[in-house]
Design a binder for this molecule. Sequence first.
Ligand SMILES: Cc1cc2nc3c(=O)[nH]c(=O)nc-3n(C[C@H](O)[C@H](O)[C@H](O)COP(=O)(O)OP(=O)(O)OC[C@H]3O[C@@H](n4cnc5c(N)ncnc54)[C@H](O)[C@@H]3O)c2cc1C
Length: 301
Amino acid sequence: MDDLEKLLAETDIAYRRDCTLAELTTFKVGGAADVVFYPESVEQCAALIRLAGQAGKKLVFLGNGSNVIGSDRGCRDWIVLSTRLTELSLGENGRICAGAGVKTVKVSSFAAQNSLSGLEFAQGIPGTVGGAVFMNAGAYGGSMDQITVKTHYLDETGRLCVLEGKEHQFGYRESFFSRNPGCMILSTELLLTPGNAEEIHGRMEDFRKRRKEKQPLEYPSAGSTFKRPQGDFAGRLIEEAGLKGYRIGDAQVSEKHAGFIINRGCATGDEIMQLIRVVQERVKERFGVDLECEVRYLGEK
Ligand SMILES: Cc1cc2nc3c(=O)[nH]c(=O)nc-3n(C[C@H](O)[C@H](O)[C@H](O)COP(=O)(O)OP(=O)(O)OC[C@H]3O[C@@H](n4cnc5c(N)ncnc54)[C@H](O)[C@@H]3O)c2cc1C
């Protein structure tokens, strides 16, 4: 029994030691993860934070892995998946409470079933509620900051805390949590507006259709690789810089939508990172614009 097994013997939290970052992410790249935990309750999450503190290990929280690039060298930190925090309930006056691990698409459909509007934009965003709050996910004019009223989380010491309204510090693809990545989001309360179910479903369908037409959904990716620069679109700049279809190994700037880097099959994390740097350099040279990565790096440098 190694040291980690001795420590893990003290908990009843489900875990895996045979997992790769490729399996945990929609980009499908990345090497071995030393250990991945699947806590099912607030108590298990808090116990895990304390255990990691005792073991001197860093925790990395992950939802559906749809906004990350896995390192080819894997991850020595403990990965905590929130995918088993799946509470979903309807409150009073247009409120929905969702566990961090519930898929955003599921909450959006649940809202529509209950004739609540405000989360239509989330149709087609393949992440969890935790990831959406962390990233302040958004599309087609809607975003999490417009509907998020309260979030329960654990701080770095395992203490249960609450954020309300402006305390979320939402900005473009950022939040209190992106500034404090040692905190674990547990659940979020959303405030939606009563609407007409048929119209809500219509808008959802329209967004799904637009994505299918414009985005390279047939290939693994993490969505838009770069944040939108002020007053412009990353995809337009990349295309104008002549990089549409540009390829390093199996990492490619999508021919369908230059804002997406895709995995043509066997890309590595390093190839994707090299391609990101080439795109940033060329766009800087040509337009003087710094493209900032929206996608986050996971694992060993
Ligand atoms: C095809 C495609 C289309 C996309 N379209 C959009 C779009 O239109 N708009 C948009 O905003 N994004 C889009 N994305 C990106 C991505 O889906 C979103 O950012 C999503 O909200 C990430 O959720 P996730 O659960 O996958 O987060 P992950 O990728 O698992 O994590 C993202 C970040 O959040 C942190 N995190 C996750 N869960 C927790 C938690 N419980 N506690 C603390 N930290 C946590 C992670 O540490 C990480 O830093 C797209 C991605 C793909 C593949």
